[in-house]
Ligand binder design. Structure first.
Ligand SMILES: [Zn+2]
Length: 388
């Protein structure tokens, strides 16, 4: 009988994750609606950004899993010369720490996104454009310095009960030593570039390079307001092209799905910036676009999972050796695997029942033309006896 390890858990056709950058303990006083000002400070209270997301998206599509990328120190992209604000680092306010734990307990993920995100070249100029803001990993002159600052964050999160296993370069910006820093920190995965479909690995520790494949604002890009007078004037005309543009975007989404690629949907938490411009790709301005994306995915065979869950499955799959004869199935998980245990899915052409070493019977489930069997494994040899 033919059997093989499934590409994705439960042999789903493709995984999907909503990636939201810059969840932080910040509140910027800019708009009349509090949820537009909130970067996380209001936690899950009424009027918060998360509450908006819940009402406008998560309640309609409850399977969605989110990875929130959270800088652990005071976020420097808030320019004190540009706006009135409240700003705290992770661990400073218990309510925010509890909020992060709450998100983790819901099955979402908190991931690394640097300490303070970087710094302004000219603090008196509130613009982040034209290189006035230098992102965090562009600033580390030595690998040791980068490793120290990065690992400090992992430790800080651990102290408030948050497990961080991966992260993302701030602004997707890096320099020649950046990947080495991430490798030395021994992360499971890292988002290094935007717009890459295939999954690669880097460094001695074989860190998974996690792709970013779809912009959350794809279906509103030509119509939403930026706060820039010139750009918004042009958009008065380009917004009529949005429906034509949408056709292309649906095609792209569908081809990612059909190829079994990761649907990694990129967003930011808040539209508010200290420069007064609207943050490009944010859950508030893009809510219609996000609804279109998840409405489209609703009819498909999607594995909703966080970046951590997707990466753990890749790690498990890449490190497992499968041996099968008519009486026994052996799955050997290499001791180098960063995922020390997990559930691996096998695709079978016929029905099968297995007995694990503790005597527990595990049955296959029919899915489309095949059968799927989910087997819990850990480092070393995992033996399963075929039940005749
Ligand atoms: Zn960021």
């Amino acid at each position: 009988m033919k059997l093989s390890i499934a590409k994705w858990q439960n042999n789903h056709k493709a995984p999907a994750v909503l990636m939201i950058d810059d969840l932080n303990d910040i509140y910027l006083e800019l708009y009349r609606d509090s949820f537009k000002n909130d970067w996380g400070y209001l936690c899950n209270n009424e009027g918060s950004a998360y509450n908006f997301l819940q009402k406008e998206l998560l309640n309609k599509f409850p399977k969605i899993k989110i990875t929130f990328f959270t800088p652990y120190a005071k976020h420097n992209v808030i320019n004190p010369n540009g706006a009135k604000f409240k700003r705290y680092g992770v661990g400073e306010r218990e309510e925010f720490s509890n909020f992060l734990q709450y998100l983790q307990n819901l099955g979402h993920e908190i991931a690394h996104h640097g300490s303070n995100h970087g710094k302004y070249r000219d603090i008196n100029n509130p613009s982040t454009q034209n290189g006035n803001f230098i992102h965090e990993w562009e600033l580390f002159d030595s690998v040791d310095e980068g490793v120290e600052v990065t690992l400090k964050g992992v430790e800080l999160f651990k102290n408030i009960g948050i497990n961080v296993s991966g992260g993302k370069f701030c602004g997707y910006k890096s320099r020649e030593n950046s990947l080495e820093i991430i490798d030395k920190c021994n992360f499971l995965y890292w988002c290094a570039n935007s717009g890459v479909n295939e999954i690669k690995r880097f460094g001695k520790n074989r860190v998974i390079k996690f792709p970013t494949t779809f912009a959350g604002n794809s279906f509103v890009r030509l119509s939403y307001k930026t706060g820039n007078f010139k750009k918004d004037f042009i958009k008065l005309f380009t917004r009529f092209l949005q429906p034509i543009y949408n056709k292309k975007e649906y095609k792209k989404l569908n081809s990612l799905y059909e190829n079994g690629n990761i649907l990694a949907i990129q967003e930011h938490i808040s539209p508010s910036t200290s420069s007064g411009l609207v943050q490009s790709a944010n859950i508030i301005s893009d809510i219609k676009s996000l609804n279109k994306i998840f409405k489209f995915l609703e009819t498909k065979d999607i594995w909703y999972a966080t970046c951590h869950e997707i990466s753990s499955y890749i790690e498990l799959k890449d490190n497992t050796l499968l041996e099968f004869n008519n009486n026994e199935l052996i799955l050997t998980l290499n001791s180098n695997s960063k995922a020390e245990s997990g559930t691996i899915s096998l695709v079978l052409e016929k029905n099968l029942k297995l007995k694990d070493s503790s005597g527990k019977i595990i049955a296959a489930i029919k899915k489309d033309k095949n059968y799927i069997i989910n087997l819990p494994i850990k480092i070393g040899k995992n033996n399963f006896e075929v039940v005749k």
